[in-house]
Design a protein around this ligand. Sequence first.
Ligand code: SF4
Length: 283
Amino acid sequence: MSAAKAAAAGQLALFGEAMPPRPGPVAVPMPDGQPYIIRRLLSAANHKQAKGVGYRSVGLILTPRATARAGITTCRFATPGCAASCFADYDRLAWPQVKRAAVARTRLLARDPAAFRALLHADLARELAQAAATPLVARLNVVSDVAWEREFPGLFADFPSVRFMDYTKDISRVLGPQRPANYHLTFSRSESNEADCLRALRAGFNVTVVFRRPPFPATFWGYPVVDGDRDDLPFLDPAPYVVGLKAKGVGGRREATGFVLMPDQDRAARPRCDPSTARAVRA
Ligand code: SF4
């Protein structure tokens, strides 16, 4: 039976076959030989996204770095420090069933990008319909750093009302002219990219900095600091700002490469950031 007939009959589309006209579940072979059935790619809002009152948020969880045995590296600019503190090993993202689903999605992206794109398109259309009048926010790199504007450039024009947003360590993505207008990027500091952080700030973009714990400093590198943990709506933040984030999980608390900074690491970092001020600036 062809993939199209299988889809029409409500059966699984087989991994590697021609894409069905309406994307149905896709069976992805996993490293252990068992297939993983993917019915959708987008997940409901994570804890931080859920704080974005007034918005409907969805996220795409892949597997970071090169851990999926999928033939691709989703974080080309990952460093030892960020890998040790990665959100992928925190909270529910660390659950084995969540990790297995992330590996399956990553393998599908690597092996059959057309099928992946069809599923993603269908998910976004469904989420947009369910959101109705509520603005839809889509974060396609919850724990990855894929240049979606290069991977699927037409996706952003297909959904002009969706607010796409991500964080990236690829300075060319932030400064490059090819980013769609409805795709907001925030540059992310690591222990080895501070020159690029300053380039991004001087160009008018925001930069995340991970601190051991709050309260965050009021300024960092001479730029005001906004509390990035209060929600996941960075396109509302003023710019250029440093976006302070608290180190997550055991890895973040123990990290020692310089990726996680102490709040007073910058001599100019006085007095403390007042979250209510940050909110007022943003309102
Ligand atoms: S680049 Fe981001 S998603 Fe990738 S390993 Fe580092 S912290 Fe995790």
